[in-house]
Ligand binder design. Structure first.
Ligand SMILES: Cc1cc2nc3c(=O)[nH]c(=O)nc-3n(C[C@H](O)[C@H](O)[C@H](O)COP(=O)(O)O)c2cc1C
Length: 261
């Protein structure tokens, strides 16, 4: 594979990042990473050429691509650049997210070569898809990378390749609004500031880590899962009911990755 490999991913709780990196490792040793999880990394325009390959990965939020990424994706352009699309979901469903991701990038100069759907531990609880992606998921990611490499080696001109078909519907599933809430901070907080530094939306005040702007918070749970002393949690009746239903219905169900190539 003589194309320069790039990884472009948003990953609040690291499951998407792990899958994308594993697929990338199977394709090339030389990789350029664009981790767009922090807001400062979503400012610059990116342009990729036809001699590059881009793996794009996002988590599934409410069956869709996270909405706050869509404006940024308008700044990412390809020039007949081959691309792999990956979505990671928390064991409920990925609905239209993969199709949506593919459509954004194909409309911006990228040519879809393959699509992958993987399962990651649910952002809201450790009891659903616990520990995923696990070793078997990562093996599937490696095999997926190898298949992509093989496919690319057999393609002379990406513009002539058969159109990639993935699962999903258009019009996409309607976006559901979340309750306007943010995590609470208990007295266990040691004021290390990791939560404020790592928040993808800069929603946490750097001078008072308990002060979280509900209008900015996307409830991605990065501050909850990343807190070294477990001082952050979401305490909201509506959300707690959703989480309980996820645990009741999905904690013993195992879905497997789906590959489109
Ligand atoms: C706001 C929000 C909405 C989510 N919606 C879904 C969903 O529709 N279906 C699903 O299976 N998982 C859903 N999840 C779970 C994540 O897709 C899943 O945990 C994923 O692995 C998180 O990726 P990350 O670790 O890269 O952030 C949602 C998570 C969040 C924070």
């Amino acid at each position: 594979m003589n194309k320069k490999l790039n990884l472009l991913y948003f990953s609040a709780t690291d499951t998407t990042a792990r899958v994308v990196k594993e697929v990338g490792k199977a394709i090339s040793d030389e990789v350029k990473e664009y981790d767009i999880t922090l807001p400062g990394t979503r400012q610059e325009k990116l342009v990729f050429g036809c001699n590059e390959l881009v793996i794009v990965g996002v988590p599934v939020y409410a069956g869709r691509v996270p909405d706050f990424l869509i404006d940024y994706f308008e700044k990412v352009k390809g020039n007949n650049t081959p691309a792999i699309f990956i979505v990671v979901y928390g064991n409920r469903d990925y609905d239209d997210a993969l199709l949506e991701l593919k459509n954004y990038f194909e409309a911006n100069g990228f040519i879809g070569i393959a699509g992958g759907v993987f399962i990651g531990e649910h952002s809201y609880t450790t009891k659903v898809a616990t520990g995923r992606p696990d070793i078997d998921d990562l093996k599937t990611a490696t095999k997926f990378g190898m298949k992509i490499k093989e496919k690319l080696n057999g393609i002379e001109d990406c513009t002539q390749t058969k159109k990639l078909i993935v699962k999903g519907n258009f019009p996409y599933k309607e976006r559901k609004s979340m309750p306007q809430i943010a995590p609470e901070t208990s007295d266990k907080c040691i004021k290390c500031g990791v939560c404020a530094e790592q928040c993808p939306m800069r929603a946490i005040d750097f001078n008072n880590f308990k002060d979280i702007d509900v209008t900015k918070c996307i409830k991605c749970c990065r501050c909850i899962k990343g807190c070294p002393v477990e001082a952050k949690s979401i305490n909201n009746e509506t959300l707690n009911k959703i989480i309980q239903a996820l645990v009741d219905n999905l904690s013993t169900v195992r879905y497997e990755p789906e590959l489109f190539i």
